[in-house]
Write a protein that binds this ligand. Sequence first.
Ligand code: SAM
Ligand code: F3S
Length: 440
Amino acid sequence: MLKKVFIKTFGCQMNEYDSSKMQDVLNQSHESSKTENPEEADLIILNTCSVREKAEEKIYSHLGEYEMLKKTNPNLLIAIGGCVASQEGENILKRAPFVDLIFGPQTLHRLPNLVNKRKLTGSTQVDISFPEIEKFDHLPAPCFSGASALVSIIEGCSKYCSFCVVPYTRGEEISRPFEDILAETIHLASLGAKEITFLGQNVNAYRSFTKNGTPADLALLIEYISEIDTIERIKFTTSHPNEMSDNLIECFGKFPKLAAHLHLPIQSGSDRILAAMKRNYTVLEYKNIIKKLKRNCPQICISSDFIVGFPNETDKDFDLTKKIIEEVKFDFSFSFLYSARPGTPATYIHDEIPYDVKLKRLNEIQLINKAQGKAISHLMLGSKQRILIDGQSWRNPTEMAGKTDNNRVVDIRVDKTFMNQFVDVRITEVTSKRLRGEII
Ligand code: SAM
Ligand code: F3S
């Protein structure tokens, strides 16, 4: 028996998605339900992220907290899933011998078996293999409520950027069958989903075939999903610049349901650093993609990830990153301090740049990104926006709030009956990330 499961999720949307799948498999196999309180759980799962060292360290501090709960509840099981599990495997037991289950992102569907085996044998169960796409054949139909649904279409990454651990923790890129994705999306739409976000570490690397044998890519998926009447908005994340085919670029502007927003990480504005990162594109090539996107969809907002302090990044390299931000006019973007990840090629580069210089650059780029995002918010004043109302307003509980294509929260004076509805609004007030609108 497993009555209550508590899942703590670290990291990206992909991990959020995986956590919901863990809950789904356990609901089906063990009739368990979700709890937000670790103290009443029979199983605590930490779904982890190892993209940066800080994220990894957080996990061990949480584990200490949960170990205490085993004293009051000896039947409590503690599981580590996700990328840290995949990277560290049994080594986790050296630091945390009380952990009962260790499983990777590609073996989460085996969780019910792992739980049963742990109960039967009393010994820690470890399964961090990469059994291709088997996972999706063993997942139950998703439980879903609300209006915004996530659908994973491609797992893993085969790009091997020199700084990144993901190809080693999640395995190589494997696309799900086209018809399976259509079936899942139609099922979610029947449960009330109005907004679909396709997910993948490199979502635009999606390649498969239709049942007639025609090659299928993300552009074709968008075209098919656009035909589902009740789906009103389509998004996808995260995209890699090298996979931005002309077909996909043309979807912006061609399919009105496709949100006019794209997260397209450039990482650096210096060709020298991009080459050392093994990103396989130049700044000029990146700018060319943006030019084509803006030609098709002039209102498109582009956001990015930046890594600051990559080994031997000079002031000149950093200036080039600031220059590209200014040129592209990115929307709110993410910037990270380079974190050396075990086993990745970049860790072998001898680095001369002092830590405090890197930190200064990080602060600077974060301020620039924030100012850039704010400037875009201000440009939205007076514009017409389509928002999906997804909850009460944080500022005033008698009002509701919804999100625009470019993820701005808009407060609006309507009641709860508007929950999970799309409405067109005119933006009447702008304060940083939060906007106010009136129904048109
Ligand atoms: N597939 C996406 C792309 O094309 O760039 C990136 C996915 S990655 C999991 C998310 C972000 O984490 C990256 O865009 C990068 O900025 C950041 N990241 C990855 N490895 C990192 C590292 N070692 N140090 C700092 N940031 C890192
Ligand atoms: Fe990581 Fe590069 Fe893939 S950042 S997820 S190896 S595209």
